[in-house]
Design a protein around this ligand. Structure first.
Ligand SMILES: [Fe+2]
Length: 308
Protein backbone atom coordinates (compact mmCIF):
# COMPACT_ATOMS: atom_id res chain seq x y z
CA UNK A 1 0.00 0.00 0.00
CA UNK A 2 1.51 3.25 -1.11
CA UNK A 3 -0.72 5.91 0.40
CA UNK A 4 2.24 8.29 0.53
CA UNK A 5 3.15 7.70 -3.13
CA UNK A 6 0.53 6.95 -5.77
CA UNK A 7 -2.80 7.64 -4.05
CA UNK A 8 -5.51 6.52 -6.46
CA UNK A 9 -6.90 6.64 -10.00
CA UNK A 10 -7.52 10.29 -10.85
CA UNK A 11 -8.78 10.79 -14.38
CA UNK A 12 -9.37 8.96 -17.64
CA UNK A 13 -9.70 10.56 -21.08
CA UNK A 14 -12.09 8.55 -23.25
CA UNK A 15 -12.62 8.92 -26.99
CA UNK A 16 -16.22 9.17 -28.16
CA UNK A 17 -17.69 9.25 -31.65
CA UNK A 18 -20.41 11.86 -31.05
CA UNK A 19 -19.46 14.26 -28.29
CA UNK A 20 -22.81 16.01 -27.88
CA UNK A 21 -24.69 12.69 -27.69
CA UNK A 22 -22.07 11.38 -25.24
CA UNK A 23 -22.28 14.44 -22.98
CA UNK A 24 -26.03 13.87 -22.69
CA UNK A 25 -25.54 10.13 -22.08
CA UNK A 26 -22.85 10.48 -19.41
CA UNK A 27 -25.03 13.09 -17.69
CA UNK A 28 -28.47 11.47 -17.97
CA UNK A 29 -27.63 7.74 -17.86
CA UNK A 30 -24.40 7.68 -15.79
CA UNK A 31 -25.55 10.54 -13.57
CA UNK A 32 -22.18 12.28 -13.73
CA UNK A 33 -21.90 16.03 -13.16
CA UNK A 34 -20.79 18.08 -16.20
CA UNK A 35 -17.79 20.20 -15.17
CA UNK A 36 -17.21 22.26 -18.27
CA UNK A 37 -15.50 22.24 -21.66
CA UNK A 38 -11.99 23.34 -22.64
CA UNK A 39 -10.61 25.16 -25.67
CA UNK A 40 -10.15 21.84 -27.47
CA UNK A 41 -13.82 21.08 -26.93
CA UNK A 42 -13.21 18.26 -24.47
CA UNK A 43 -16.01 17.68 -21.92
CA UNK A 44 -15.25 17.15 -18.23
CA UNK A 45 -17.21 15.19 -15.61
CA UNK A 46 -17.03 14.09 -12.00
CA UNK A 47 -19.26 11.98 -9.80
CA UNK A 48 -21.36 13.60 -7.08
CA UNK A 49 -19.08 12.24 -4.36
CA UNK A 50 -15.73 13.07 -5.93
CA UNK A 51 -14.08 16.17 -4.50
CA UNK A 52 -11.61 17.06 -7.25
CA UNK A 53 -12.75 18.95 -10.35
CA UNK A 54 -12.84 16.10 -12.87
CA UNK A 55 -12.33 12.36 -13.28
CA UNK A 56 -13.74 11.59 -16.74
CA UNK A 57 -12.83 13.59 -19.83
CA UNK A 58 -14.51 12.93 -23.19
CA UNK A 59 -12.81 13.75 -26.48
CA UNK A 60 -14.47 13.58 -29.89
CA UNK A 61 -12.58 11.19 -32.20
CA UNK A 62 -13.09 8.85 -35.14
CA UNK A 63 -12.32 5.78 -33.04
CA UNK A 64 -13.47 4.91 -29.50
CA UNK A 65 -10.98 3.94 -26.77
CA UNK A 66 -8.82 5.51 -24.08
CA UNK A 67 -6.30 8.34 -24.61
CA UNK A 68 -4.78 8.12 -21.13
CA UNK A 69 -5.41 6.99 -17.55
CA UNK A 70 -3.97 9.00 -14.66
CA UNK A 71 -3.12 8.48 -11.01
CA UNK A 72 -2.99 11.22 -8.39
CA UNK A 73 0.15 11.24 -6.24
CA UNK A 74 0.61 12.78 -2.81
CA UNK A 75 2.35 16.06 -3.69
CA UNK A 76 4.71 17.83 -6.10
CA UNK A 77 7.84 16.33 -4.51
CA UNK A 78 6.37 12.83 -4.94
CA UNK A 79 5.61 13.62 -8.58
CA UNK A 80 9.22 14.69 -9.20
CA UNK A 81 10.46 11.60 -7.35
CA UNK A 82 8.39 9.25 -9.56
CA UNK A 83 9.57 11.14 -12.63
CA UNK A 84 13.19 10.40 -11.64
CA UNK A 85 12.41 6.76 -10.82
CA UNK A 86 10.65 6.22 -14.16
CA UNK A 87 13.59 7.68 -16.06
CA UNK A 88 16.01 5.52 -14.04
CA UNK A 89 13.87 2.51 -15.06
CA UNK A 90 14.41 3.51 -18.71
CA UNK A 91 10.97 5.04 -19.22
CA UNK A 92 10.76 8.24 -21.25
CA UNK A 93 8.63 10.87 -19.48
CA UNK A 94 7.07 14.11 -20.64
CA UNK A 95 5.80 17.00 -18.52
CA UNK A 96 2.39 18.29 -19.63
CA UNK A 97 1.93 21.90 -18.49
CA UNK A 98 -0.52 22.85 -15.75
CA UNK A 99 -3.88 23.88 -17.15
CA UNK A 100 -3.65 21.71 -20.27
CA UNK A 101 -6.46 19.79 -18.58
CA UNK A 102 -8.96 22.03 -16.80
CA UNK A 103 -8.18 22.67 -13.11
CA UNK A 104 -5.28 20.19 -13.22
CA UNK A 105 -1.61 20.79 -12.42
CA UNK A 106 1.46 19.49 -14.23
CA UNK A 107 1.25 15.87 -15.36
CA UNK A 108 4.07 13.42 -15.92
CA UNK A 109 3.10 11.37 -18.96
CA UNK A 110 4.72 8.10 -20.03
CA UNK A 111 4.01 4.99 -22.05
CA UNK A 112 3.87 1.58 -20.41
CA UNK A 113 5.02 -1.65 -22.10
CA UNK A 114 1.49 -2.45 -23.36
CA UNK A 115 1.46 0.86 -25.27
CA UNK A 116 -1.01 2.69 -23.03
CA UNK A 117 -0.40 6.26 -21.92
CA UNK A 118 -0.35 6.70 -18.15
CA UNK A 119 -0.07 10.00 -16.29
CA UNK A 120 0.81 11.03 -12.75
CA UNK A 121 -0.20 14.37 -11.28
CA UNK A 122 -0.31 15.95 -7.84
CA UNK A 123 -2.69 18.90 -8.19
CA UNK A 124 -6.32 19.15 -9.23
CA UNK A 125 -8.66 21.83 -7.91
CA UNK A 126 -10.74 20.57 -4.99
CA UNK A 127 -14.25 21.75 -5.77
CA UNK A 128 -15.88 19.53 -3.14
CA UNK A 129 -18.57 16.88 -3.29
CA UNK A 130 -22.27 17.62 -3.47
CA UNK A 131 -22.59 17.10 0.32
CA UNK A 132 -19.64 19.27 1.32
CA UNK A 133 -17.15 18.86 4.18
CA UNK A 134 -19.09 20.42 7.06
CA UNK A 135 -21.82 18.49 8.85
CA UNK A 136 -22.78 16.60 5.67
CA UNK A 137 -26.00 14.72 5.00
CA UNK A 138 -25.97 11.33 3.31
CA UNK A 139 -26.14 11.67 -0.47
CA UNK A 140 -29.36 9.90 -1.47
CA UNK A 141 -29.06 7.41 -4.29
CA UNK A 142 -32.41 8.09 -5.96
CA UNK A 143 -32.28 10.80 -8.55
CA UNK A 144 -31.39 10.92 -12.20
CA UNK A 145 -28.88 8.45 -13.53
CA UNK A 146 -26.73 5.63 -12.17
CA UNK A 147 -24.80 7.95 -9.83
CA UNK A 148 -21.60 6.02 -9.09
CA UNK A 149 -19.42 6.98 -6.14
CA UNK A 150 -16.19 7.36 -8.07
CA UNK A 151 -14.24 6.50 -11.19
CA UNK A 152 -12.61 3.40 -9.71
CA UNK A 153 -10.25 1.51 -12.03
CA UNK A 154 -9.65 0.38 -15.59
CA UNK A 155 -8.79 -2.88 -17.34
CA UNK A 156 -6.41 -2.47 -20.28
CA UNK A 157 -5.45 -4.97 -22.99
CA UNK A 158 -2.00 -5.24 -24.54
CA UNK A 159 1.00 -7.47 -25.19
CA UNK A 160 3.72 -7.07 -22.57
CA UNK A 161 1.75 -7.28 -19.32
CA UNK A 162 4.86 -8.72 -17.61
CA UNK A 163 6.64 -5.43 -18.32
CA UNK A 164 3.66 -3.56 -16.87
CA UNK A 165 3.77 -5.62 -13.64
CA UNK A 166 7.48 -4.87 -13.29
CA UNK A 167 6.98 -1.15 -13.85
CA UNK A 168 3.95 -0.80 -11.59
CA UNK A 169 5.38 -2.86 -8.72
CA UNK A 170 9.05 -1.89 -8.87
CA UNK A 171 8.72 1.79 -9.80
CA UNK A 172 5.24 2.97 -8.81
CA UNK A 173 4.81 0.97 -5.58
CA UNK A 174 1.79 -1.08 -6.64
CA UNK A 175 1.11 -4.58 -5.28
CA UNK A 176 0.05 -7.60 -7.35
CA UNK A 177 -3.30 -8.79 -5.98
CA UNK A 178 -4.54 -11.50 -8.37
CA UNK A 179 -3.33 -13.21 -11.53
CA UNK A 180 -4.79 -15.68 -14.05
CA UNK A 181 -2.47 -18.22 -15.64
CA UNK A 182 -2.70 -19.53 -19.20
CA UNK A 183 -2.87 -23.27 -20.02
CA UNK A 184 0.91 -23.61 -19.53
CA UNK A 185 0.52 -22.70 -15.86
CA UNK A 186 3.37 -20.20 -16.22
CA UNK A 187 2.33 -17.30 -18.44
CA UNK A 188 0.03 -14.64 -17.01
CA UNK A 189 -3.15 -14.09 -19.02
CA UNK A 190 -4.23 -11.29 -16.70
CA UNK A 191 -3.06 -9.38 -13.60
CA UNK A 192 -4.78 -7.14 -11.05
CA UNK A 193 -2.72 -4.49 -9.24
CA UNK A 194 -3.45 -2.06 -6.41
CA UNK A 195 -1.81 1.15 -5.16
CA UNK A 196 -4.13 1.27 -2.15
CA UNK A 197 -6.08 -1.16 0.04
CA UNK A 198 -8.62 -1.76 -2.73
CA UNK A 199 -8.69 -5.13 -4.47
CA UNK A 200 -7.49 -3.37 -7.64
CA UNK A 201 -6.76 0.05 -9.07
CA UNK A 202 -5.70 -1.15 -12.53
CA UNK A 203 -5.68 -4.50 -14.35
CA UNK A 204 -4.18 -5.86 -17.56
CA UNK A 205 -5.04 -8.71 -19.92
CA UNK A 206 -2.54 -10.13 -22.43
CA UNK A 207 -3.77 -9.31 -25.94
CA UNK A 208 -2.32 -9.34 -29.45
CA UNK A 209 -2.93 -5.62 -30.00
CA UNK A 210 -1.44 -2.93 -27.73
CA UNK A 211 -3.15 0.12 -26.28
CA UNK A 212 -6.67 -1.26 -25.96
CA UNK A 213 -9.38 -0.45 -23.41
CA UNK A 214 -11.45 -3.31 -22.02
CA UNK A 215 -13.40 -1.24 -19.53
CA UNK A 216 -13.47 1.83 -17.33
CA UNK A 217 -15.11 1.09 -14.00
CA UNK A 218 -17.23 3.10 -11.60
CA UNK A 219 -17.73 2.13 -7.97
CA UNK A 220 -21.27 1.71 -6.66
CA UNK A 221 -22.21 1.83 -2.95
CA UNK A 222 -24.14 -1.47 -2.74
CA UNK A 223 -25.38 -4.56 -4.59
CA UNK A 224 -28.85 -2.96 -4.57
CA UNK A 225 -27.42 0.05 -6.36
CA UNK A 226 -25.87 -2.25 -8.98
CA UNK A 227 -29.34 -3.75 -9.57
CA UNK A 228 -30.79 -0.23 -9.73
CA UNK A 229 -28.13 0.62 -12.33
CA UNK A 230 -29.25 -2.40 -14.38
CA UNK A 231 -32.86 -1.16 -14.24
CA UNK A 232 -31.76 2.28 -15.45
CA UNK A 233 -29.78 0.63 -18.26
CA UNK A 234 -32.88 -1.22 -19.44
CA UNK A 235 -35.09 1.88 -19.15
CA UNK A 236 -32.51 3.84 -21.16
CA UNK A 237 -31.95 0.93 -23.63
CA UNK A 238 -28.24 0.73 -22.80
CA UNK A 239 -26.36 -2.19 -24.39
CA UNK A 240 -25.43 -4.59 -21.55
CA UNK A 241 -22.50 -6.96 -22.07
CA UNK A 242 -23.08 -9.10 -18.97
CA UNK A 243 -24.61 -8.88 -15.52
CA UNK A 244 -25.60 -8.03 -12.93
CA UNK A 245 -23.30 -10.78 -11.67
CA UNK A 246 -20.20 -11.31 -9.54
CA UNK A 247 -16.52 -11.64 -10.28
CA UNK A 248 -14.64 -14.50 -8.57
CA UNK A 249 -11.56 -12.32 -9.01
CA UNK A 250 -11.80 -9.46 -6.47
CA UNK A 251 -15.22 -10.93 -5.45
CA UNK A 252 -16.89 -7.69 -6.53
CA UNK A 253 -20.36 -7.43 -8.09
CA UNK A 254 -20.56 -6.07 -11.60
CA UNK A 255 -22.35 -5.07 -14.78
CA UNK A 256 -20.42 -4.61 -18.01
CA UNK A 257 -22.18 -2.31 -20.48
CA UNK A 258 -21.35 -0.02 -23.38
CA UNK A 259 -21.47 3.74 -23.85
CA UNK A 260 -22.93 5.02 -27.17
CA UNK A 261 -19.46 4.83 -28.79
CA UNK A 262 -18.91 1.19 -27.81
CA UNK A 263 -16.55 1.85 -24.90
CA UNK A 264 -17.18 -0.81 -22.26
CA UNK A 265 -17.93 0.58 -18.79
CA UNK A 266 -18.52 -1.22 -15.50
CA UNK A 267 -20.57 -0.54 -12.41
CA UNK A 268 -18.70 -2.34 -9.67
CA UNK A 269 -19.33 -2.85 -5.98
CA UNK A 270 -17.45 -4.60 -3.24
CA UNK A 271 -14.22 -6.45 -3.51
CA UNK A 272 -12.13 -7.33 -0.49
CA UNK A 273 -9.47 -5.14 1.11
CA UNK A 274 -5.90 -5.93 0.17
CA UNK A 275 -2.78 -5.13 2.19
CA UNK A 276 0.79 -5.51 0.96
CA UNK A 277 1.54 -8.39 3.35
CA UNK A 278 -1.15 -10.57 1.74
CA UNK A 279 -0.11 -13.26 -0.72
CA UNK A 280 -1.57 -12.65 -4.17
CA UNK A 281 -4.28 -14.99 -5.46
CA UNK A 282 -3.58 -17.21 -8.48
CA UNK A 283 -6.26 -18.62 -10.80
CA UNK A 284 -5.51 -21.55 -13.06
CA UNK A 285 -6.71 -21.63 -16.67
CA UNK A 286 -9.36 -24.28 -16.00
CA UNK A 287 -11.09 -21.99 -13.48
CA UNK A 288 -10.79 -18.71 -15.40
CA UNK A 289 -14.52 -18.69 -16.27
CA UNK A 290 -15.47 -18.83 -12.59
CA UNK A 291 -12.82 -16.23 -11.84
CA UNK A 292 -14.18 -13.69 -14.32
CA UNK A 293 -17.93 -14.46 -14.02
CA UNK A 294 -18.55 -16.36 -10.81
CA UNK A 295 -22.17 -17.36 -11.49
CA UNK A 296 -22.01 -18.28 -15.19
CA UNK A 297 -18.65 -20.01 -14.57
CA UNK A 298 -17.66 -19.38 -18.18
CA UNK A 299 -16.36 -16.46 -20.21
CA UNK A 300 -18.70 -14.85 -22.68
CA UNK A 301 -17.32 -14.42 -26.20
CA UNK A 302 -17.09 -10.66 -25.82
CA UNK A 303 -14.80 -10.66 -22.76
CA UNK A 304 -11.63 -11.62 -24.60
CA UNK A 305 -12.46 -10.14 -28.00
CA UNK A 306 -14.42 -6.86 -27.75
CA UNK A 307 -12.15 -3.93 -26.88
CA UNK A 308 -11.84 -0.31 -28.01
FE1 LIG B 1 -13.38 -3.95 -13.52
Amino acid sequence: MAMTGVLRPGHAQIRVLDLEESIKWYTDVMGLLPMGRDKQGRAYFKTRAERDHNSVILRQADQAGIDFFAFKVLDDATLADFERKLQAHGVETKRIPAGELLETGERVRFQIPTGHTIELYAQKTAVGSTIGCHDPEVDVIDGPGIRPIRMDHCLLYGGDIDGNVKLFTEVLGFTLVERVKLEDGQTDLAVWLTCSAKAHDIAFVRHAEDGKLHHLSFQMPSWESVLRAADIMSIKRVSIDIGPTRHGITQGTTIYFFDPSGNRLETFCGGYDHYPDMQHITWSWEHVGRGIFYHDRKLNDAFLSVVT
